[in-house]
Structure formats: structure tokens, C-alpha cells
Write a protein of this length. Structure first.
Length: 252
């Protein structure tokens, strides 16, 4: 498998772009592997700091079981949540947890395609779950990586802050600076996300950043997020992320 080497206000749709699951997904278009290698555990942790004073600490855990089947060997299981969040008035655990199963449908030399059913459990404020899925396609050539996503989620209990349906379309591009040497550890990347939820206007957000691969299992990422550049209430965030891979958990 080729290498595929984050509080905007009230409305749920306006906050989607900063969710930990969304951050992890965007990086898969140009930095991280599409899924973790079989029999390995990946841990992503970071901090997203808004110029408005709010902050969150997004966390994602990912594991791909070892096996010969598409559903057990090419499907990654993950859970994403905010380990700590502040909305400007109080600090608490995140208000939702997202579970996903990312299945690689095509594992090509340059083109990879995956689909990820998702379920988000609302823990505070709104109730119920959001169910949906995301299609992911990535194309690698040389030191460049380009990817697109298309996702849909719907609410079991829609409300003013929990839209009945949300469609999002994303695109990303990453470029590793050199094939070898110190600059080969640096990948610059950019993303754009278009969102439309029922009962709200469309929103477009833009992201850019750079990742430094410190060692093979450890990387750090610095990004800027410009949420709702078009539509909704604009918010700017600085995101620092750390990714660690355990390597193979079981030795032959």
C-alpha cells in the first residue's frame, strides 16, 4: 500500500471542520497513510487554539487488524474525540465521539480508494447519534499527493444545533520538499472544505500547514485553519498535532 504520507460558534455545521475526526481525515489526503499498516496502532493528539480564545485537544486512535480479508486486514477501526475542550465559558471533555471503519477498496500503485462508515455519539447538549460515511480517493505521483473526499451524515434527533443532514466535499494537496536529505522530512500541505447542512447556508473553510517526520514512527504537524471563510461566522485557529505509530504489535 502506497504511503499517503482543528470552536467555531453554535451551529453544528460551523464546528464540523475543527472536529478531531475531520482533522485526521484531511491529513490522509496528503500526509498520513490512508489506513494504518495491519497490526499497528496509531495515536494522534494535538491542540487547536482559536484566535477567539477557545481551544480543544483533538485525539484519534486507529488500529488495523492483521488478516487476509478486505474486512479484516484492509479495514481500519478508529475512534476520535476532544480529550479537552473550551468553548469560551467552560472547559470539559468533548461533546461527541466519532467511530469509523475505513475500508480500502482499491490499493493501487498510485491511486487508492477507500470508504469509511461513521457513527458519532452526541454526549452533551444535543442527543442521539449522527450516522453517515465518507468516500476517499488519493493519487500519488513522485513527491506529490492529491486527494478528494465526499461525506454525508444525518441526525437521529435533528435540532437547531444538530442539522438533519450535512454534505461535505473536500480536496487536499501535499508536497514532500526533497526525495532525500533533511528536507525530505518536510511535507507542505493545503486543504479546502465545502459544507452544506440543512437549514444553513453553505460554508467553505481553508487549511494549510507543514508536517515534520521526526523519526519513522513519530511526526509533528503545524497547521492554520480558516473556518467559514465563505458563509457562517469566520474563525481562525492554530493547530499543533503529534502522530505516533507503534509499529507491528505482534512479531512473526
Amino acid at each position: 500500500m502506497g504511503l499517503i504520507l482543528l470552536f467555531a460558534p453554535a451551529i453544528c455545521a460551523e464546528r464540523t471542520a475543527s472536529r478531531p475526526s475531520s482533522i485526521a481525515l484531511r491529513k490522509r489526503l496528503h500526509v498520513n497513510p490512508l489506513i494504518t499498516e495491519p497490526d499497528t496502532l496509531d495515536f494522534e493528539w494535538g491542540g487547536a487554539f482559536s484566535t477567539g480564545g477557545s481551544f480543544s485537544f483533538p485525539t484519534t486512535l486507529r488500529f488495523t487488524p492483521q488478516g487476509p480479508h478486505i474486512y479484516w486486514g484492509r479495514t481500519e477501526l478508529s475512534v476520535s474525540f476532544d480529550s479537552l475542550a473550551n468553548d469560551g465559558t467552560a472547559t470539559h471533555f468533548g461533546d461527541r465521539t466519532t467511530f469509523a471503519a475505513t475500508c480500502v477498496l482499491k490499493d493501487g500503485e498510485k491511486l487508492d480508494i477507500a470508504f469509511a462508515p461513521t457513527a458519532t455519539v452526541l454526549l452533551r447538549g444535543d442527543t442521539g447519534v449522527r450516522l453517515g460515511g465518507t468516500a476517499i480517493a488519493r493519487y500519488d505521483v513522485g513527491r506529490s499527493s492529491t486527494g478528494v473526499t465526499a461525506g454525508w451524515t444525518s441526525a437521529s434527533h435533528p435540532s437547531a444545533t444538530n442539522p438533519g443532514g450535512t454534505l461535505d466535499l473536500g480536496a487536499g494537496y501535499g508536497y514532500r520538499l526533497k526525495a532525500s536529505g533533511p528536507l525530505a522530512h518536510l511535507t507542505v500541505h493545503t486543504n479546502c472544505l465545502w459544507e452544506k447542512s440543512s437549514g444553513t447556508e453553505r460554508q467553505v473553510s481553508v487549511f494549510e500547514g507543514v508536517e515534520y517526520q521526526i523519526t519513522e514512527p513519530l511526526a509533528i504537524d503545524f497547521s492554520a485553519q480558516h473556518l467559514n471563510v465563505w458563509g457562517g461566522q469566520m474563525d481562525h485557529q492554530v493547530v499543533i498535532g503529534l502522530t505516533f505509530s507503534t509499529g507491528k504489535l505482534h512479531r512473526p
